[in-house]
Design a protein around this ligand. Structure first.
Ligand SMILES: NC(=O)c1ccc[n+]([C@@H]2O[C@H](COP(=O)([O-])OP(=O)(O)OC[C@H]3O[C@@H](n4cnc5c(N)ncnc54)[C@H](OP(=O)(O)O)[C@@H]3O)[C@@H](O)[C@H]2O)c1
Length: 336
């Protein structure tokens, strides 16, 4: 028995190390969308929510490299400043022109405070942005919170539904006018494959009766997809497109609420290093949907690894999508 366990452990470790060696050897594509073309986004303004960490940060880095003016919508100014400093240093080291708030040209980085757990903050953010920015070419709804204990937003909504869906729902609606006047423009929504395990229970959207942190995350990600498809329908003929994606499993700070026993941490770190995508790999589909000329005019679709993928029927249910839209409007206080 002990020998069999030892053999199994050694095999698992060997497999992990083999995969790790393959990663170090660079066998996985770093840039699925092709990279290159450093001027592709010159003259374009991109807003990324949650741009100080993980996928948002990697997306910001690449779009900056492609020449975009990137607005980082972040809830914590200190964390955002730190990330922006790193991004500027990385670009300088790569030999690209130094971006900065005073640069006034392509590759510029701007920080604005945005807390998606507060409708007041979302409104203030949009008011300032609409006053200061003459155009918005791409909105990337990326920020997210994962499997937190039961918490409520400032407005009393269950945190995961409130941040991942409702905050972005209000943000997008308040910026639609600017996106339309900047058309052709794009909206990119970061969802997750875990949407498959969610359901929209209209009787208890706030999860007052029964809170299950995994289910609520999945539900918020299903809401992201239903929202995208309903928005695409409403935007037909405007030249504003909206698509949704899953990034795969990525090494980021998303798992901050997931408890891993101390003794299991080294193994978890090894496995995640070997099997999970890096933030740059995970961000490829966001970057692709934000910048690639290939998907000009494509709207309402679900992507993974820069390719369109099929959805389960529950994510394509138009009557649920419409009902969710109407209820979300009431919840965030948008008057019809
Ligand atoms: N990582 C994965 O394997 C994975 C898989 C599928 C989908 N996703 C999705 O990918 C997106 C990005 O996540 P990530 O993996 O890059 O995780 P991350 O490193 O934790 O980044 C999440 C970002 O969202 C921000 N955020 C959280 N709550 C916010 C709030 N109330 N207001 C404004 N910003 C807030 C965080 O800000 P702070 O730094 O201030 O906390 C952070 O910048 C999420 O939507 C997530 O659901 C990730």
């Amino acid at each position: 028995m002990a020998v069999a366990t030892a053999v199994a452990l050694l095999a698992a470790l060997g497999g992990t190390l083999w995969l790790a060696a393959r990663r170090i050897g660079g066998t996985r594509a770093q840039r699925l969308h092709g990279g290159g073309d450093s001027g592709l986004m010159r003259g374009k303004t991109v807003l990324i929510t949650g741009a100080n960490s993980g996928l948002g940060r990697a997306t910001a880095a690449e779009l900056l490299r492609l020449g975009a003016r990137v607005i980082m919508g972040c809830r914590d100014r200190a964390r955002a400043e730190e990330a922006a400093g790193q991004l500027r240093r990385e670009l300088r080291q790569a030999g690209d022109p130094s971006p900065g708030p005073d640069a006034g040209g392509p590759g510029e980085l701007v920080i604005k405070e945005l807390d998606l757990a507060s409708l007041r903050s979302v409104r203030a953010f949009c008011q300032e942005l609409l006053q200061e920015e003459p155009r918005l070419d791409v909105l990337i709804n990326n920020a997210g919170i994962f499997q937190c204990p039961y918490m409520k937003t400032e407005d009393g909504f269950e945190m995961q539904f409130g941040v991942n869906h409702l905050g972005h729902f209000l943000l997008t609606n308040l910026l639609l006018g600017l996106l339309k006047s900047s058309a052709p423009s794009r909206i990119v929504v970061v969802s997750s494959k875990l949407y498959k395990y969610g359901d929209i229970n209209f009787e208890d959207l706030n999860s007052e009766q029964n809170y299950n942190k995994s289910f609520c995350y999945s539900r918020s990600k299903l809401a992201n997809i239903l929202f995208t498809r309903e928005l695409a329908r409403r935007l037909e003929g405007t030249n504003v497109t909206v698509n949704v994606l899953h990034p795969g499993i990525v090494r980021t700070n998303l798992g901050r609420y997931v408890h891993i026993p101390l003794l299991a941490k080294p193994l978890f770190n090894l496995v995640s290093w070997a099997f999970f995508k890096s933030p740059l790999e995970g961000a490829q589909t966001s970057i692709y949907l934000a910048s690639s000329p290939e998907i000009e005019g494509v709207s309402g679709k679900y992507f993974g690894d820069c390719k369109e993928e099929e959805l389960l029927p529950k994510a394509m249910d138009e009557s649920v999508a419409r009902k969710l839209w109407d209820i979300s409007e009431v919840m965030v206080g948008i008057l019809k």
